[in-house]
Design a protein around this ligand. Sequence first.
Ligand SMILES: C[S@@+](CC[C@H](N)C(=O)[O-])C[C@H]1O[C@@H](n2cnc3c(N)ncnc32)[C@H](O)[C@@H]1O
Length: 430
Amino acid sequence: MQQLAFFEPAKDEAIPQERRSSTTFLDNMALPVHRWFRYSAGFSALWAHDVLEAERAKGRTRVFDPFAGSGTTLLEAEKAGVLAIGAEAHPFVARIARAKLLWREPPQEFLKYGLRVLKIAKSMGPPEVKPSGLLEKCFPPHTLRLLEAIKVAWEECAEGGPLSELSWLALISILRSCSPVGTAQWQYVLPSKSKARALAPFEAFEEKVRGMAYDMARCQQRKNGAQARLYPRDVREASGLPENWADLVITSPPYVNNYDYADATRLEMTFMGEIEGWGDLQDAVRVHLVRSCTQHVASLSAMTEDLIGHPRLCPIRDSLRRVCSSLSVERERHGGRKPYDALVAAYFLDMAKVWDTLRRVASPGALVCFVVGDSAPYGVHVPVERWLGELAVSAGFSAWRFEKTRDRNIRWKNRKHRVPLQEGRLWVKG
Ligand SMILES: C[S@@+](CC[C@H](N)C(=O)[O-])C[C@H]1O[C@@H](n2cnc3c(N)ncnc32)[C@H](O)[C@@H]1O
């Protein structure tokens, strides 16, 4: 049988050495498999790779990523020959990571499967689309009908196996590039902004499937370690995770910066019919996540003192209480009256539980690396790295240190406050 031609993506691993310390996801869009879904919350695969290699040379061979996101650490660990497990509590994001971990499937079979989905989509009359405010704002009617045709065709073929999961990923990853409006994840969806170029759905899907098959074939040619395992779990609870397993933890937790991870996939979840609108995100996603945005704590604004009084927050209680008091004063002076006081208390309580989980999953003497940034809601500085370090020690780790990698907010572009912020790595040992 004639081999089906793959599509070779234009850019590939051409990232200069000096950019390898970057902690942003952007460079991953030039890397096989990482580029299958643009997860703006992700960190740099090359940086994760360098840490994995350096630690493997020192004898660390089992890594855990408790906030695995789209699977960056796990994929790099497979490549570096380091055993890896991860947890991700956002159900949709966990499915993306699991689909990416299927890159070992036969590329030709996947290509055939994807092209069959496309053939069925092309052969059907454009289906009727159930009206939805968000989808109508993001896509012209014709584009939406073509995307819907691919979805219906995918549903016809889907049997839950690896090839249908890979095709699911191909479909959800083209949605934003087929939309002519602003759909960058960090800014959520901006219907009033327009993009220079929107892709045509059938062509975009074919290109995506061919590109994925190309990456699969390429990665299968290299030497690889064991397959990583992703647990779709809330890492505040350790149940079901192996104990004393990891000698290395590499991760980037949610920052307490009001970014709503649930909203970041609203477009994709709405299109796939998993939610009807914004209101469904609370039960479908947010309840599973560390409380890092005010939508999480809307009902907790009167509970700040109870949260601060939780025994697990004892090591940071006095300074936490001072920051929360300032935040509750500031709240009265701002129009939005956001409950940042409750948010900060809830965030650190959740992160204390995460450290307890990490203490159980990590073996004695393990090394932990958190990519973190501090924050200053309403201009009140929250010393994130120090409090996280102190909570780690109270969970049973022996020591922490912070390595700054960059300043943030120093050019005062943020007009809401003028507090200098920093980003870097929190290293915890023990
Ligand atoms: C900064 S992102 C990590 C991204 C990842 N490094 C990557 O490259 O894709 C933080 C992730 O933590 C997840 N998360 C939040 N709360 C969680 C929890 N309680 N348990 C597990 N994962 C959680 C979020 O859904 C998000 O994907």
